[in-house]
Ligand binder design. Structure first.
Ligand SMILES: [Fe+2]
Length: 274
């Protein structure tokens, strides 16, 4: 077939996929091609705009390395990450709701014993975190693995402080026989997502701010249960209703304490594995 037109090109691109294409890949790619073409038709995209889009994606890739993930920022700020999460992890009963992973998770966090400090040497209001990991029916889960990471009271993650090499403001803990894990840290501040790259630029052009309300990240995993990737948000933060990545859920907003030394408690309830 030759002589492609606005009317017949989409069907031909979809039809080019071979017989041995994986069925799920065929489904995803067919839909992606149809939606991309529909977007171009709907907006009557000009060649200059198309090139600008290509340059934007090229630039986004160039900003990515082991400490900066500009594509996750793009997905998060366009609401795609939360949409994927909402489909994969629908709210169920009283189990802990999930939210975005975000771009600041790092492999090999420091191993922290219960009662330890995940933010040594970081100045700011100290907070005692005292949580439990429970099953859906409220039974304690022993030996759950909990990863926690956060921004400092200045609003920076470890990868943004100094040379970015120190692993701080994060740790990996294990729940005890009563499902409990506890540690000391500092109060996480609200922070702007890194906005000195192409994603920050497009946010400004769209008239959007880059801020996230203060939160602690948690990734809780236990055998026989579905893992949960989530945050606990600081109640009263001024960005709870305009989180740039759309990650806030009412059930995840918690008191961090009004006293000089804060206190955060929460029970993580995990769904049974399917
Ligand atoms: Fe975060």
């Amino acid at each position: 077939m030759r002589n492609f037109t606005e009317a017949n090109l989409t069907a031909e691109v979809v039809a080019r996929m071979g017989k041995d294409c994986d069925p799920r890949l065929r489904e995803v790619m067919s839909s992606l091609i149809r939606h991309m073409h529909a977007f171009v038709r709907e907006t009557r995209l000009t060649p200059e705009e198309w090139l600008k889009g290509i340059q934007f994606l090229t630039e986004t890739g160039k900003w990515c390395d082991d400490k900066r993930q500009e594509f996750i920022l793009l997905s998060d700020t366009m609401g795609v990450s939360m949409l994927v999460d909402a489909i994969a992890n629908p709210t169920a009963g009283n189990t802990t709701e999930s939210t975005v992973l975000g771009p600041f998770f790092r492999e090999n966090p420091p191993i922290i014993k219960n009662g330890g400090d995940i933010s040594p040497g970081i100045a700011g209001k100290r907070v005692d975190v005292d949580c439990r990991v429970l099953s859906e029916d409220g039974k304690p889960i022993e030996g759950a693995q909990i990863d926690c990471w956060q921004a400092s009271p200045e609003g920076g993650y470890d990868s943004q402080i100094g040379d970015g090499e120190a692993h701080n403001l994060r740790g990996r803990l294990k729940s005890d026989a009563s499902g409990r894990f506890w540690f000391e840290t500092v109060l996480p501040a609200c922070y702007p997502i890194p906005d000195d790259g192409p994603v920050g630029d497009v946010l400004r052009k769209m008239g959007r701010h880059p801020w996230r309300p203060g939160h602690l990240h948690f990734w809780v995993q236990a055998p026989g249960h579905r893992q949960v990737i989530t945050h606990l948000f600081v109640r009263g933060d001024k960005y709870l209703d305009s989180d740039v990545v759309f990650g806030v859920k009412e059930s995840l907003i918690r008191d961090f304490g009004d006293q000089d030394r804060g206190k955060l408690t929460y029970d993580f309830r995990l769904k049974k594995a399917a």
